[in-house]
Design a protein around this ligand. Sequence first.
Ligand code: BG6
Ligand code: MG
Length: 220
Amino acid sequence: MIKGFIFDLDGVITDTAELHYEAWKKLAEEMDWTFDRELNEKLRGISRMDSIKVIMDHNNATLEEEKILELATNKNNIYVDSLDSMTQEDYLPGVKELLTHLRTEGFNVALGSASKNAIKVLEQLNANMYFDVIGDGNSVAKSKPAPDIFIYGAEKMGLQPDECIVFEDAEKGIDAAKAGGFHSIGIGPEERVGHADLRFDSMADATLFEVKAHFKELFS
Ligand code: BG6
Ligand code: MG
């Protein structure tokens, strides 16, 4: 029986990929590294430190751990500044309606994000009231594709993984949900999230009606 939902943040609740892209691009330019939107796609869902390592591998760059941390912090400062321009208008289409619907029907709702800036993003969107539990990049040590952040959310809601549905836009996020024994909904193209139990092209299609229709036996 489904009793709770766990939402990824970036790419599910709001689209921050472009802001992450701009910030990494700026850092890459300073370092004389190549960085483009294709590479940015590979960073979807993975932690900041994993992200900079992907960019460095792509550029055959090696640096001391301390320097890597400093560069990741610089990128983060650029990203955090850019979040100031985010407003309550920046929910992805359909998200507010779905979150409101889940509240009305009394489901438990958790955030399960890899981002250490999740609180700031939720504040910019004024989205705190939709969540019973906030799991972010500070909540667990092992990031996606490890299932830890979703397990954290489920435990805090007092639920088992098979009582929860995870919403994710990242390949590694769906991997994490599956590894933890959660039901999963992928948001985005087949090539990225086709391994989810159910997939929608966008959050606008992901109504509670459609979700219930697909997971029928789990809601009765
Ligand atoms: C994920 C994003 O939600 O959070 C990734 O999809 C990002 O692109 C990761 O790297 C970590 O975010 P932050 O805000 O802690 O740098
Ligand atoms: Mg995401």
